[in-house]
Write a protein that binds this ligand. Structure first.
Ligand code: IMP
Length: 180
């Protein structure tokens, strides 16, 4: 089992590139079936989802689609409005569109909860979520439960395949779990 050191922590390989490819194929097959006769707009949530999105979108079969990108941050536990901060705002008209958000991981669900509300407020006909990873035990917003999931985990911190640790290690081809 491969391990790596990052900022004083040890991480153990959890999902290999082969396993990830299988997870992505399974998600892509489900989306391809559901959106075969629609023309969805995929909204990729930067930064973390860029690796998953690149693989997922190329694994779709016969889905005519558009792809756009947003970058958001939400302020946890701070005295703010609880609104999403759009660092790169939505640049596409979503009115009447079937939107699929592509996310790296759903944790508390706050990001997706707020993003869904934003897309609906702009007239999206439907909004679904594809997330490479999902931590069901941590979910605080029921409407943020992803519709298409690559792999579930409990509440461990994971890195690689787009997921960062203070900005680093997004480029690792496997997904690693922090060792207790
Ligand atoms: P949520 O809004 O609480 O669902 O958080 C989602 C965001 O938190 C993700 O897009 C990630 O940027 C970050 N995040 C949550 N869990 C992890 C993790 O285990 N590793 C790296 N980033 C994470």
């Amino acid at each position: 089992m491969k391990t790596i050191e990052e900022q004083g922590y040890t991480f153990q390989e959890w999902l290999t590139p082969d396993q990830i490819t299988k997870d992505v194929a399974q998600v892509a097959a489900r989306i391809s079936k559901e959106y075969a006769d629609k023309e969805p707009l995929f909204v990729v949530v930067l930064n973390g989802a860029f690796v998953f999105a690149a693989d997922l979108l190329r694994a779709l079969k016969d889905v005519r689609c558009e792809v756009t990108f947003i970058r958001v941050s939400s302020y946890y536990g701070m005295a703010t409005t609880g609104q999403l901060n759009f660092i790169v705002p939505l640049q596409q008209v979503v009115d009447g569109r079937d939107v699929v958000i592509i996310e790296d991981i759903v944790d508390t669900g706050l990001t997706i909860h707020q993003l869904k509300a934003h897309l609906r407020a702009h007239g999206a006909a439907s909004v679904k979520v594809a997330s490479m990873l999902f931590k069901p035990n941590k979910l605080e917003y029921e409407d943020a439960k992803p519709d298409f999931v690559g792999h579930e985990l409990t509440d461990e911190f994971v890195i690689g395949y787009g997921l960062d640790f203070d900005g680093f290690v997004r480029n690792l081809p496997s997904i690693y779990k922090v060792k207790e």
